[in-house]
Design a protein around this ligand. Structure first.
Ligand SMILES: *Cc1c(COP(=O)(O)O)cnc(C)c1O
Length: 383
């Protein structure tokens, strides 16, 4: 079985060389646009491609405002600031995520609370969240959600659309509104994914994207904040050193951040965004091939949740147990076909091990079983 899986992957990519988990491809206007920034000398924090990338992303996602940042972690940090997360606050999130989600919470001086994930979305479970809130939280006289005991404010909820599969947003939005919580979406992995026809990252008060080298489209390094006009203006201010507009004076009216995306990177992003639909189409064909190939076998292929269109950023399988997972990882990597286990739970990292947590049955189960398979765009499958 493992032998035939490795053979299957090699047939898709038509190579006997090493096959990475996710490599970018540059088949469009990348070189032209990047060269334009060099020719213009505007390679840094000011330039036409930054504005163009933001407007193009607004058009693509339907977000009223998009603000480019130096990476996805910086976008998350500012997203939480926009959500009003302050030192001492709590933020509900999932333990099954990349560490950046939790680090952004920590940058605000806040602490994560780990809530279990759904087995089919691999993302934050609205049911588990409501259960934890009923046991452990209350609304004070001002309608602010607080944790029982020390009364710390639970300010926001930060779900992550794992490997591109959207969480159950309708239910999650209901739970957030019942409990007076701001919804912020970590959509770093889900650019191009739709929940009931609408782009992930546009449901919460704020959403964030990442354009790291391994994501669906890349700017080398980069990120984006998706939000409304008012918060977008504030995001731009905070990410550009809180500088007031002035022809020559330096006036900064609060502690700001230098989180701007350089024009050089934005040029790459504009060219990549032009190909996003074609990338997603190719990734979806690959996913359906994996699904057919694995059908009836011991590895359960993770399919998009009902009512969603996933970008299938990373294809994933659920193994029967830890032993089978370890055999898959050892065999494929030995054979030069890269596979990786899902992240260790954030609640297992020393840094976040003392954070509050609910029952994490599903997350613990998945942690031992999920493996990602090679997922780069196969050039021949682009439309
Ligand atoms: C990639 C990613 C980020 C952001 O990463 P950057 O490398 O800072 O762009 C954040 N959250 C998740 C879940 C990610 O996968």
């Amino acid at each position: 079985m493992l032998d035939s899986l490795v053979k299957f992957v090699r047939e898709q990519y038509r190579t006997n060389e090493f096959i990475p988990l996710h490599a970018p491809i540059f088949g469009g206007n990348e070189k032209r646009y990047v060269n334009e920034t060099i020719d213009s000398t505007f390679v840094s924090s000011v330039g036409a491609f930054v504005d163009r990338f933001e407007r193009d992303m607004e058009a693509y996602t339907g977000s009223p405002r998009a603000v480019a940042t130096v990476n996805g972690t910086a976008a998350l940090h500012i997203a939480l600031v926009l959500a009003g997360v302050k030192s001492g606050d709590l933020v509900l999130t999932q333990p099954l995520t990349f560490v950046a989600t939790c680090n952004a919470i920590a940058y605000c001086g806040a602490d994560p609370v780990f809530i279990d994930v759904d087995k089919h979305t691999l993302g934050l479970s609205p049911v588990a969240m409501e259960r934890w809130l009923e046991d452990s939280a209350y609304l004070d006289d001002d309608g602010i959600c607080r944790v029982k005991g020390d009364g710390r404010v639970i300010r926001a909820c930060l779900p992550m659309h794992t490997f591109g599969h959207p969480v159950e947003l309708d239910l999650l939005i209901q739970v957030c509104s019942r409990w007076g919580m701001v919804l912020v979406e970590d959509a770093a992995e889900s650019l191009g994914s739709l929940y009931k026809g609408r782009h992930t990252g546009t449901f919460g008060a704020v959403g964030t994207l990442s354009f790291n080298g391994n994501k669906t489209i890349t700017t080398g390094g980069g990120g984006m904040i998706l939000t409304d006009e008012a918060l977008g203006a504030r995001a731009k201010h905070l990410t550009t050193t809180a500088k007031k507009a002035h022809p020559y004076e330096y006036v900064h009216d609060e502690v700001g951040y230098n989180y701007r995306l350089p024009n050089l990177n934005a040029a790459l992003g504009c060219a990549q965004l032009e190909q996003l639909d074609s990338f997603v189409a190719a990734k979806r064909v690959l996913a359906s091939r994996y699904q057919s190939f694995l059908e009836g076998g011991p590895l359960q292929f993770v399919v998009e949740p009902q009512g969603c269109r996933s970008n299938y950023w990373l294809n994933a399988v659920i193994c029967e147990d830890l032993k089978q997972r370890d055999e898959l990882l050892a065999f494929s990597n030995q054979a030069g076909v890269m596979t990786r286990p899902i992240w260790k739970l954030m609640s297992h990292l020393t840094t976040y091990s003392s954070s509050l947590q609910g029952d994490l049955t599903n997350a613990l189960w998945l942690e031992q079983r999920v493996v990602n398979l090679p997922s780069s765009v196969v050039p021949e499958l682009q439309v």
